[in-house]
Design a protein around this ligand. Structure first.
Ligand SMILES: *[C@@H]1O[C@H](CO)[C@@H](O)[C@H](O)[C@H]1NC(C)=O
Ligand SMILES: *[C@@H]1O[C@H](CO)[C@@H](O)[C@H](O)[C@H]1NC(C)=O
Ligand SMILES: *[C@@H]1O[C@H](CO)[C@@H](O)[C@H](O)[C@H]1NC(C)=O
Ligand SMILES: *[C@@H]1O[C@H](CO)[C@@H](O)[C@H](O)[C@H]1NC(C)=O
Ligand SMILES: *[C@@H]1O[C@H](CO)[C@@H](O)[C@H](O)[C@H]1NC(C)=O
Length: 491
């Protein structure tokens, strides 16, 4: 009996089986490979405005894995790895990796096959995951019409949708079948209705995952491909998939939660940004978007990637540098239902605005770890890990909001109570939560300062803060004072 069942079971398991549930416990550091670290540790100049390769490599990432792991991250998301358009275009060089010309070759600016394999194995020996970024919607050209023979493997016009620019985002056919890009770099839209194109991509993604032992995939421009292309693609990949659906509308994004494991949580991202970018931002809008997502997405908010910054949007500190507001905003991805994603450089206080300014070289920061935001991130990762370890239900408990005022917000998921405010550094916030699951007299700690307090009857928590800073509370039985002080003092 067992002998008969075994082969069937084995073939049902993907070769590399980091599942959605495995990823849910993780926290992801997103880096732009060209801008993160160099092979020999040199610090070449890098003017973002030039939009040229600055010299970051996969070997550079290996060199700086301690820096990432010391902050408590256990997964990284790197730039797309395949060969891109070479040379300069009217929009600069393809240092970001999103302008594919050859799906079967690696981008030699970042290293070679053995470098990437080494990165993958070094991550795995540290117990960390590798997330690859893939683009299947389009290939990039520097002429219109493209010189199709330069593409691999799709080297014929017939492998692409007939040229038209996307002009109407309310017309889904237009969004899926017309082209992104501009006259400098038109993005030829792959004909993902063609059997040849579909068969190639489904085989390709399985091979890509297997070749580099990837643990997960971030998928670019998901809304620009028909949604029923994705289940087969995700199945062929056999690992966790998280899709970029760049839209602030919960109902629109929700449809893609049915076809991939996860989505990047753009709707919440916008509300998070608005809520903390000024002292008049709306915390109740943030709450209402989250609650709408919790009830609409296939897996609620659990299978979302939560972020404050990424390579396509202005950094938070390009609009707001009050460190109290910054600290509150940075805390959010680590206290909500989904998977935290931190975009490299945020921890170093980078302030770049829109692309290309938000892709600064991290080596220019010196990778200094004794910095307030680096420590904040390390503590936030540690607090989330402690909450997960303390409660087997933590990852399946839906976040609630026991108190919302115009400038304060209490975010609760046993055993963590996070108290946020957008009052800014000149404010003295106070929060009052009348009931929680803490017991009467239970000792709690604010992990950001290591100060302790005591819960009242019904687990009530009343606390006055200072200088507009957030407070992240856990029982001292889960996160003790010694550990807290250690996190704040060592680097
Ligand atoms: C590091 O590598 C760069 C680029 O390959 C090279 O220009 C530089 O001289 C090297 N620096 C050192 C200290 O080896
Ligand atoms: C790949 O690049 C490394 C340097 O990063 C070099 O030592 C190695 O020989 C290269 N391997 C191949 C197969 O070209
Ligand atoms: C939607 O876009 C497609 C592709 O551009 C076009 O053929 C079609 O006419 C558009 N539909 C409407 C209703 O505008
Ligand atoms: C995977 O590796 C095989 C064998 O080296 C190679 O032929 C194939 O092109 C690779 N595929 C991808 C997507 O990396
Ligand atoms: C404090 O927490 C740390 C980290 O969880 C743990 O290793 C240590 O044993 C704890 N100490 C006490 C006294 O509970």
């Amino acid at each position: 009996m067992l002998r008969q069942l075994l082969p069937a079971l084995l073939t049902a398991l993907p070769a590399f089986s980091a599942s959605a549930a495995d990823w849910q416990q993780r926290s992801i550091y997103q880096l732009v490979t060209d801008r993160f670290a160099t092979t020999n540790g040199s610090y070449p100049s890098c003017d973002t405005e030039d939009r040229v390769y600055c010299g970051g490599t996969w070997q550079g990432v290996i060199r700086q894995l301690d820096y990432i792991q010391n902050m408590g991250f256990d997964a990284i998301w790197i730039s797309p790895i395949v060969a891109n358009l070479e040379g300069s275009t009217g929009d600069g060089e393809s240092y970001h990796g999103y302008w594919t010309v050859d799906q079967n070759s690696l981008n030699s600016h970042f290293g070679n096959e053995s470098d990437l394999l080494e990165l993958s194995s070094q991550l795995h020996s540290r117990g960390m995951y590798l997330m690859l970024d893939v683009v299947v919607n389009h290939m990039a050209a520097d002429t219109l019409p493209p010189d199709y023979v330069l593409f691999a493997p799709f080297n014929a016009e017939s492998d692409f949708h007939t040229f038209c620019w996307i002009t109407n985002y309310n017309n889904q056919t237009n969004v899926e079948q017309c082209w992104l890009g501009d006259d400098n770099v038109p993005l030829a839209d792959c004909d993902t209705e063609s059997d040849y194109v579909i068969d190639f991509f489904y085989k390709w993604i399985g091979d890509l995952v297997a070749n580099y032992s990837a643990d997960g995939l971030r998928i670019d421009t998901v809304k620009h491909v028909r949604s029923d292309f994705w289940p087969g693609f995700a199945e062929a990949a056999g690992v966790f998939t998280i899709g970029e659906v760049l839209d602030g509308d919960v109902d629109y994004v929700s449809t893609y939660t049915e076809v991939l494991d996860a989505v990047l949580d753009y709707p919440t991202y916008y509300q998070l940004f608005y809520a903390f970018e000024s002292t008049s931002g709306s915390l109740s809008n943030l709450v209402s978007w989250v609650q709408q997502s919790q009830s609409t997405y296939k897996n609620g908010e659990f299978m979302t990637g939560s972020f404050l910054e990424n390579q396509d949007n202005p950094r938070f500190q390009s609009v707001q540098t009050d460190q109290a507001l910054v600290s509150n905003a940075i805390s959010w991805p680590f206290i909500q239902d989904g998977i935290p994603i931190l975009y490299y450089g945020q921890e170093q206080g980078y302030t770049g605005s829109n692309d290309p300014y938000n892709r600064e070289a991290l080596w220019l920061s010196g990778y200094v770890e004794d910095k307030p935001l680096v420590k904040l991130v390390r503590t936030l990762n540690a607090a989330r890990k402690a909450a997960i370890a303390a409660s087997s239900d933590y990852l399946s408990t839906v976040l609630t909001f026991p108190s919302v005022t115009s400038s304060t917000l209490a975010v609760y998921k046993q055993p963590m109570l996070a108290l946020l405010t957008n009052g800014g550094s000149s404010s003295t916030p106070s929060w009052s939560v009348s009931s929680t699951d803490y017991s009467n007299g239970e000792e709690l700690i604010n992990v950001l300062t290591c100060d302790t307090l005591t819960a009242g009857s019904n687990g009530a928590v009343s606390v006055t803060g200072s200088e507009g800073m957030p407070q992240i509370l856990l029982p001292t039985s889960v996160f003790n004072v010694t550990y807290c002080n250690e996190l704040l003092s060592t680097y």
